[in-house]
Ligand binder design. Structure first.
Ligand code: ATP
Ligand code: MG
Length: 269
């Protein structure tokens, strides 16, 4: 990737789709864990008031004193908000429901779209020696998601293998275009990843072939299958790679991580 597109420091990726329940959080957690397993240092930023990424990575509610909310609205420094997880090299800034009011509080703030961008570019970021930052966005194209897109180098879009999956994409692409035209001209699309894929279901196959026809190379070769181990893992506060490393879900997220690293290495060349 050119220096222009990617300044020194971690690659920042917003995991976004305004549609609810399509696998954003699952992808953030498990792609993060898979990249960490490959030796990368990864920070997950929980930017969803639901706090699902925080729960899924084992951060108890009582351990969420300092969260993304404080990072964005109280200028809290990075060292105070970044927490370790049970996975080596995988860190998180947790979130609580407090973040739901941030969307409204931010409206009065002149720098409202740049708060996450600026927070992630504190000098202290170097201390963490990160390779990747993955931002788990809420199911909405609100100011939080815009903050994520302004802060990021790229957007990774989980697409659930179901009917109407592609319909919501045009709205998402419009928002990406708007952010490009205003605050972040270098914002790219990292790729689209098919989630909850059921190979026995004709509909899954149809949605996948539609996605590949329409979006071409943007669609990752790695496809995440619907896999019960993936859905069980968060209740054990673990990524599926730790919960059941030999499951099909774990294998798929490992493949996605390798493909993402490969894509990025090619772009850097
Ligand atoms: N590959 C999979 N196999 C089985 N279940 C899955 C898979 N991916 C996600 N799920 C389940 O689907 C539900 C929605 O997933 P997830 O929370 O990741 O979506 P989301 O897009 O983050 O949702 P929200 O929009 O509410 O933030 C969860 O219960 C999750 O466990
Ligand atoms: Mg989520």
């Amino acid at each position: 990737m050119s220096d222009l597109a990617r300044p020194a420091g971690p690659k920042i990726i917003a995991v976004a789709n305004q549609k609810g329940g399509v696998g954003k959080t699952t992808t953030t957690i498990n792609l993060g864990a898979a990249l960490a397993e490959l030796g990368c240092r990864v920070l997950v930023v929980d930017l969803d008031p639901q706090g699902n990424a925080s729960t899924g990575l084992g951060i108890e509610p009582e351990d969420r004193d300092l969260t993304t909310y404080e990072l964005l609205l109280d200028d809290t420094e990075l060292h105070a908000v970044v927490q370790k997880t049970s996975v080596e090299r995988l860190m998180i800034i947790p979130a609580t429901v407090d973040l739901s009011s941030a969307d409204i509080e931010l409206i009065a703030n002149e720098k409202r779209s740049y708060l996450l961008h600026d927070a992630l570019r504190q000098a202290a970021m170097d201390d963490f020696a990160l390779d990747f930052i993955l931002i788990d966005c809420p199911p909405s194209l609100n100011l939080l998601t815009v903050n994520a897109m302004v802060a990021s180098h790229s957007v990774l879009v989980p697409l659930q293998s179901e009917f109407f999956a592609l319909e919501g994409l045009s709205q998402l692409m419009l928002t990406i275009r708007e952010v490009r035209q205003t605050a972040n001209p270098h914002l790219r699309i990292e790729g689209v990843v098919m989630t909850m894929y059921d190979a026995r279901n004709n509909l899954s196959q149809q949605v996948e072939s539609d996605a590949r026809d329409n979006l071409g190379e943007l669609v990752f070769n790695a496809v995440i299958p619907r896999n019960v181990r993936v859905s069980e893992a968060p209740s054990y506060a673990l990524p599926v790679l730790q919960y059941d490393g030999s499951s099909k879900g774990a294998a798929a997220y490992r493949e996605l991580a390798r493909e993402l690293l490969h894509k990025n290495a090619k772009m850097a060349a």
